[in-house]
Design a protein around this ligand. Sequence first.
Ligand code: DGJ
Length: 746
Amino acid sequence: MKFPRTCAHRYMAILGAMMLVACGAMVDARAAASDSAAHIDVSGHVFRLDAAKVTYALGVNEKGQLQSIYWGPRLAPGDPLPAPVAPPGGDSINGAVDAVPQEYAGWGEGLYYEPDLKVTFPDGNRDLALRYLSHSVHGNMLSVVLKDIERPIVVTLQYEIDPGTGILRRSAVIENRTVTPVIVEQASAGTWFLPRSHDYTLRFLAGRWAAENSIYERPVQPGKTVLESRRGSTGMQNAPWFAIRRNDASETHGQVWFGALAWSGSWQIAIEQDQTEQIRVTGGFNPFDFGYKLAPGASLQTPSFYAGVTTGGMGEASRLLHRLELTRILPQAPHSRARPVLYNSWEATGFDVNEAGQTALAEKAASIGVERFVMDDGWFGARNSDKAGLGDWTVNPQKFPHGLKPLIDRVHALGMDFGIWVEPEMVNPDSDLYRAHPDWVLNMTGRPRTLGRNQMVLNLARPDVRAYVFGALDKLLSENQIAFLKWDYNRSWSEPGWPQVSPDQQKNVYVDFVSNVYGILEELRRKHPNVEIESCSSGGGRVDLGIMHLTDEVWPSDNTDAFDRLRIQDGFTQAYTPGVMMAWVTDSPSSMDGRSMSLEYRFLSAMQGSLGIGANLTKWTTQDVTTAQRLIADYKVVRETVQHGDLYRLVSPDSGSEHSATENVSPDKAHAVLFAFLHSSTEGYLYPTVRLQGLDADARYRVRVLQGTLAERTPTVASGAYWMNVGIDVVMRGDFQGAAIAFDRE
Ligand code: DGJ
């Protein structure tokens, strides 16, 4: 790819606020909205990035500040762009700097909005004013280097644009080129600016244990909404994701800006409408209790912040993010492996695991078509409850007198691979590890060590702790034929101290801990390339694009009630692909709500994502086994479409809707699968006609019922246009009913 510089260098010749910069037509005639490459056009000090249906432009103004110019639907080549001109401003109330939409604002010069970077120098100076220094382009990435007006604090901003989706990845590398350490008190990946407007609605995800990812909306108004985690990890309180839609945008239409942060530690996304009505979205490390000591010569890379824009409504915003995750983020991207159907022992046996019991479950699991058998918590150390054993990663000899080998061999003989649960970052006080190394946990000298689920957090920032954790996992994987780790993490931080280092370095723990978790995952994956990993954290407490880069799937919630899951999955898929969304079929009545649901309903709910079974199979009837065999076989046929296709949320289960429906369409539009659910019929009303989306209107699709009944007059073959406009009538009456219908192009 070429990056021609065909427009004259015009940075020094800015004429005024009304001047427009036009260079695209001369620059790159290939930059048509339909092509599949990304283009980065540099004309003077205006930078324009184009890919898919998106244009992003930024430039250097006459003061040397880097400012946002445009972010929105793709412009035509040669379209004029507003010149990067610092708007007039600056009086006794607002500094001139506040009127500039700075891509990366240092805290200084009288900045009153969310800064991207705040630094304290040893001499007490806390003023930072960043100005353009240089830029470079490598492939799909533009780097722009900024420097403080006086001191050699150098920031390299990265802008990488994805050709397939037009989603940009932004990150900043902060270098201390002074001769003394500095403390970085706040650092974001960058700030995104939306066009000035009064018709925006913010959508975000919030939740708690067993109720993750509820969808909330509020108008964007003067002031700030902060989405965050202060817990040391991603958390369930908010998902690190946002969407801002035009008020008239819906699931299927309209303009939406959206983004997700790739960081598994404390994070913040601040959405702010300032006094000049600029809409700013700033995301990165959570500034609360932040203070990263940066030695001379050292650098700090911020998390990556991915963001995109679409005119196709909330549904298309999600599909773009899903596509990015499948083709760019996941460890096996762009060819992510389909998730196997797994069995997990947790809800069946709790901590009461042993060779005979697990073998019995494995035999049942194999008989219904399960491909991966996962033994959950309880197999190691003195782990008979959550009060002991965490940290001691040796097989419990009472439960497994001959080690894990006999169970693993049996699982393999049954045609499945074997997975196991671990929670490597934690320790119970009642463990050999804690007795030997009480100083290995996060703590503040002389203060109580607050327990959560009877456990403490190991200080992974310490090199010796990192080495221990890596060693224990490496040994486990080297000595046993393990194909899968369920990597759990069951508490938030308290007393996040690191007494072994100087007081001014202790807060580095917020970054160094997470970097070391990522480092361990990377190293394990390198050494054991066939091992797959699930990120679990008391349910969906560690789901973000950072952990997703190193794990193959995630656990959305400990709530496995099939009805509740419809809502949780609807929220989850706002940001994350069904391809990583693990969903188990568990027992009825559900342990969460005591609700009774048919096995078919429970299966269909779980088949919306990556199917797993978590029920006590030893209690299943012959009828249950037959139903499971049939639906698992059907799932294997449609899973590629479900996991790697495009998701259309046809009817949301949110806000107490009596019915809901989703549809997955394979990328080549050859296959689609519809899942439809009914909570309760009332007053004899028919189930509403479902109109599909995303099919090839001219192609002909044959309908295939996986579960449920279609209205008598339903054709067996009809055009995509027919299914999308006439729709399909599913016959459903009663409580907690479900249907699944496949469509295959002829
Ligand atoms: C929390 C997880 O979310 C559960 O699925 C289970 O693995 C337990 N931890 C085990 O302690």
